[in-house]
Design a protein around this ligand. Structure first.
Ligand code: ADP
Ligand code: ASP
Ligand code: MG
Length: 426
């Protein structure tokens, strides 16, 4: 029997009625003659609520204990869904990440899956069960329960699809697919029929939280196609897969924004060789990930170095910076958590030098100041004040005509006629 892997996010299982609706969909897939493996997230905002409970008790909860606490959310959802499916007369059994053989490294809160041992799941399928697996969790090589980072149920689902040889993985969520911008911020955003792994990686890394970044990396690495779709309807969603000639040849695929990063500035750093190496080595040794880096022009032999990192890492960064500022002879350091990053992503960016300029112009017309810029071959990102983020997304979306089919690959007058056959049929 073909194996189908379906993942349902928190909103899709938020209450008893929705859990029953998911159960009906699962039973439908089973009755259509498939082996069905279902990955569930915690109900509604359970993970946030558990996090708040822990932080009411301690400012920095012990990572091992926090992981045990957070995994409880997915356990509740998995068992309730299994109860609902059994109640419909279809045998189902639920398993924690650990029981399902999801083996991770030992980094609590952001563990990576290093192996899947799906023996128990295969047995349960062979015995005729629908299998439900708790998302977002595994067991480490040191036998402790771990979590895979926020949004990690997506990665659980992709990893299981790869391990079980499923042809694709269905990600059921609260929007009908991947859009040209977050549809909650830009109502004009358009659903993409298909998007390449490469573009989806950049969108996810830029804050489009519809898929966890790691899940897209895992899918690409293992050749698993993703189908992102609504759990509230039956329409086709967005396919995430290898780029091919049938995919729309868009210059720009979408706009994303992220407000979970902060800007840290090391002030008055002596401008001499080795300083950047010292600062970023110290951050790397603490496991702090750094996104953008900007060094200002030096005056009187001193310069400022700024970088962005996850806000959650600020307490750790402060400790590192106290030490490093003194070591390199800097005048001090400061953190700014009032920033946001807006990014424009598209495979055509690499061949069109006008895209970055048009994005900056869109921000300028809105009077939005750009504080930092970074680019990859298919992405342009700008750091701006957080309060302007949503307006920036809408302005860029409009500037690139992302709402309209025809305008999608046109960023400046005349560009369309330059390549009339660019948009292949989907
Ligand atoms: P789930 O609980 O199903 O995993 P998430 O909240 O993690 O759902 O992700 C879905 C949300 O991602 C949507 O509700 C939407 O607001 C947001 N989102 C951000 N960018 C995009 C985008 N480009 N396309 C679709 N959704 C997006
Ligand atoms: N429940 C977890 C979270 O809220 C994992 C997930 O939903 O994918 O981040
Ligand atoms: Mg999610």
């Amino acid at each position: 029997m073909p194996v189908i892997v379906q993942k349902y996010g928190g909103t899709s299982v938020a209450d008893a009625e929705r859990i029953r609706a998911v159960a009906r969909r699962v039973v439908g897939a089973r009755e259509a003659g498939n082996d069905v493996v279902v990955v569930v997230s915690a109900m509604g905002r359970t993970t946030d609520e558990l996090m708040v409970m822990a932080r009411e008790i301690a400012a920095l909860p012990t990572p091992r204990e926090l992981d045990l606490l957070l995994t409880a959310g997915e356990r509740i959802a998995m068992s309730l869904l299994s109860i609902a499916i059994n109640d419909m007369g279809v045998p189902a059994a639920s398993y924690t990440g650990s029981q399902a053989g999801i083996i991770t490294d030992t980094r609590h809160g952001r563990a990576r899956i290093i192996d899947i041992r799906p023996g128990r799941i295969r047995e349960a399928l062979e015995a005729g069960n629908v299998v439900i697996v708790a998302g977002f969790q595994g067991v480490s090589t040191a036998y402790d329960v771990t979590t895979l980072g926020r949004g990690g149920s997506d990665t659980t689902a992709v990893a299981l699809a790869a391990a079980l040889g499923a042809e694709f993985c269905e990600i059921y969520t609260d929007v009908p697919g991947v859009f040209t911008a977050d549809p909650r911020i830009e109502p004009e955003a358009r659903k993409l029929h298909a998007v390449s792994y490469e573009e989806m990686l950049e969108l996810a890394a830029s804050g489009a939280r519809v898929l966890q970044l790691r899940s897209v990396e895992y899918a690409r690495g293992n050749g698993v196609m993703l189908h992102v779709r609504s759990s509230f309807g039956d329409e086709d969603g967005t396919w995430v897969r290898e780029a091919d000639e049938r995919m729309e040849k868009a210059i720009v695929s979408g706009v994303a924004h992220a407000d979970n990063e902060a800007k840290v500035t090391v002030i008055g750093v002596p401008d001499r060789p080795g300083v950047a190496a010292t600062i970023f080595r110290a951050l790397a040794d603490e496991g702090v990930s750094v996104d953008m880096i900007v060094q200002n022009v030096s005056h009187d032999g001193r310069t400022d170095v700024s970088f962005t990192s996850p806000k959650d890492d600020l307490p750790r960064i402060a400790g590192v910076m106290d030490r490093v500022a003194e070591e390199v002879g800097a005048e001090g350091h400061a953190a700014d958590d009032g920033i946001a990053k807006v990014s424009l992503v598209g495979a055509g960016i690499r061949s069109d030098p006008g895209v970055a300029a048009a994005m900056f112009a869109a921000l300028a017309e809105e009077g939005i100041n750009i504080e930092m810029i970074s680019t990859s071959s298919i992405r342009v990102s700008c750091v701006i004040r957080a309060e302007h983020a949503e307006r920036a997304v809408r302005a860029i979306h409009a500037r690139f005509n992302l709402a309209g089919e025809a305008g999608r690959r046109v960023h400046s007058p005349g560009a369309e006629s330059a390549d009339p056959g660019a948009e292949a049929a989907p």
